[in-house]
Design a protein around this ligand. Sequence first.
Ligand code: PMP
Length: 287
Amino acid sequence: MSQIVYLNGQFLPIAEAKISVLDRGFIFGDGVYEVIPVYSRHPFRLAEHLRRLQASLESIRLPNPYPDTEWTTLITELIEKNATEDQSLYLHITRGVAPRDHAFPANTPVTVFMMSNPLITSTRAQCETGVAAISHADNRWGRCDIKAIALLPNVLLRQMAVDVGAVETVLFRDGFLTEGAASNIFAVKKGVLLAPPKDHHMLAGITYDLILELAEEHKIPVEVRKLTEARVRAADELWITSSTKEILPIIQLDGKPVGKGKPGEAFWQMYNLYQDYKQQVMRHASP
Ligand code: PMP
């Protein structure tokens, strides 16, 4: 089965999917996207992803091309047309094709692109070992809550980690934790789960929300509050969370051990709750 993608109303092999060089996504990075994990062919938290997509579109003043029912139909069809049971769905909408000019073009249809790739989550072995991260000043723009396709700062920040054999770059803005280059970051101190509050400086992760929901449901103490760099460095545990990485423990930050330098108790509790939640969703086939 070849990789089938969706482009502007058509399903077709990826090699046949073509867009104009004048697409504003290509020229300006003028668009938004979503990544939705699919487990056993069930899209995970689809309603939440579509809600965030709507919010991103509204923030950049782009009309949503489809109602949620239509998105659901198209997504279901794309999942069926691709081979693997677990997939990573990528949705991408740009302000369309127009002569190059910063101002919005009039009467220009948006470009809608979707693709599916095999889902590669963190492995159990990675969770058992834990991963290294580095830190850096958050030098991105002031609207990191929008899931914008213009990701150059995130690309550069993530590459800094890769260059030194780490998996993520933890970002601090004005002395406070914002998030990772491609993930949200949680801390744990004395059994309390600490999370930075949502604002314009971080993306409201679907995984972030789920972790807070699971913590509440299972009576894990939580504090959502701004976290200073010092608090993060003194944490017993640090976790990376995202739709594709799920939850991953950071055991080393900038070469220094986090807590005891191994995945902590709170991590394993949340890891198990997350895996159980996934199983439940798949059994009941409701995203
Ligand atoms: N922040 C950033 C900058 C991200 O790119 C991502 C997703 N890759 C996240 C947070 C996590 O969001 P989600 O849990 O919805 O994948």
